[in-house]
Write a protein that binds this ligand. Structure first.
Ligand code: 2P0
Length: 347
């Protein structure tokens, strides 16, 4: 009997221009475009195996070995049914193709980064899930087309279908068909940029991104200013900086956008605080590092939690790690020199 199975992995991405807010919560259409760097560390990936078999009686999913329910009409079910629909198109065009669209699937996904790394896994997880089903079904779809489906699993997941520097263009079509990820530049264009992950806390965050961003959409006047007046110009400028390999401009925009994202979180009613004292200390350390150098040598950015990601040219990373270790002597390289576990005790 034929075995219909495919395994694909997808990496974590960290945004420089942040996605925060949906104009359509079901289709996951954002209120602004965003831009990220896909991390290429081998240990920051989700790997997913999908198998279709006529003996399976329903679609099932295991995350890190634990079965998760697939709710009817939910995000997982939407991604799976969209991919089955595309498979059915392939089968209609090729009558000899096995009717995989009629079989149930079993999906097993694993993150190779410890939960204690404090990184969100929904982006790499949904990207790997969509890519593995697309491989199983032998879909003639490019990463941008697949990103439209991954987006409906988790917005930020659409950006993990590409390596390197990736934009999620917000689009304008009501059906979401033009809200997709595009490559700005491949990793090889600018291999010198490295990401240092500083784990400040591995606690689960207090306010989920999904609920937090909708509260921001409903209550924050600053978000309206950000959407209309700030992000469009920043998207243009940062793309240009990436294409020119202009690190100071890339870094300045990245820090400005992290700061504004946390400002709109604070402008939400009731306010959302993602940074803690250690996060703010790292902002001060990087700011002083750049000031003392008389040049921007590193950029910090923070997502919906207290952990810092520091982007810097590779030659500066060692110096930055040494600097951070002076302030946080208890910090542990975790799990390699590009990740630092900053102990949060006493903060
Ligand atoms: C980002 N974040 O651009 C921003 C920055 C968090 C802060 O994308 O509701 O988990 O699944 O679409 O993708 C987190 O949002 O939210 C996020 P859903 P998601 O990376």
């Amino acid at each position: 009997m034929a075995l219909y199975q495919a395994t694909v992995s997808a990496p974590v991405n960290i945004a420089c221009i942040k996605y925060w807010g949906k104009r359509d919560t079901k289709l996951i259409l954002p209120t602004n475009s965003s831009l990220s760097v896909t991390l290429d560390q081998d240990h920051l990936r989700s790997t997913t195996t999908s198998r279709a078999d006529p003996s399976f009686d329903k679609d099932r999913l295991w995350l890190n070995g634990k079965e998760e329910s697939i709710e009817a009409g939910g995000r997982l079910a939407t991604c799976i049914s969209e991919l089955k629909r595309l498979r059915a198109v392939v089968e209609a065009q090729n009558p000899t193709a096995p009717k995989l669209s009629t079989y149930s699937v079993h999906i097993a996904s694993r993150n190779n980064f410890p939960t204690a790394a404090g990184l969100a896994s929904s982006a790499s997880g949904f990207a790997a899930l969509v890519a593995s089903l697309a491989a199983l079904y032998e879909l003639p779809a490019n990463p941008s087309q697949l990103s439209v489906i991954a987006r409906q699993g988790s917005g930020s997941a659409c950006r993990s279908l590409f390596g390197g520097f990736v934009a999620w263009e917000m689009g304008s079509a009501p059906d979401g068909s033009d809200s997709l990820a595009v490559e700005v530049a491949p990793r090889e264009h600018w291999p010198d940029i490295h990401a240092l992950i500083c784990v400040v806390s591995d606690d689960k965050k207090g306010t989920s991104s999904t609920s937090g961003m909708q509260r921001t959409v409903e209550t924050s006047p600053l978000l309206q200013h950000r959407i209309a007046q700030v992000v469009p110009a920043r998207m243009d400028s940062i793309k240009d900086a990436i294409l020119r390999r202009d690190f100071p401009t890339f870094a300045r925009i990245t820090m400005q956008d992290s700061n504004q994202f946390h400002a709109v979180a604070l402008d939400t009613e009731p306010p959302i605080f993602y940074l803690n004292d250690v996060s703010r200390a790292i902002i001060a350390i990087i700011t002083e590092y750049n000031r003392a150098a008389g040049a921007i040598k590193a950029a910090y950015t923070y997502d919906a939690g207290p952990n810092a990601v520091i982007y810097a040219p590779k030659e500066n990373i060692k110096e930055i790690v040494e600097l951070l270790l002076r302030y946080f002597p208890q910090a542990q390289p975790f799990p390699d020199p590009f990740a630092l576990h900053v102990d949060n005790q006493g903060s």
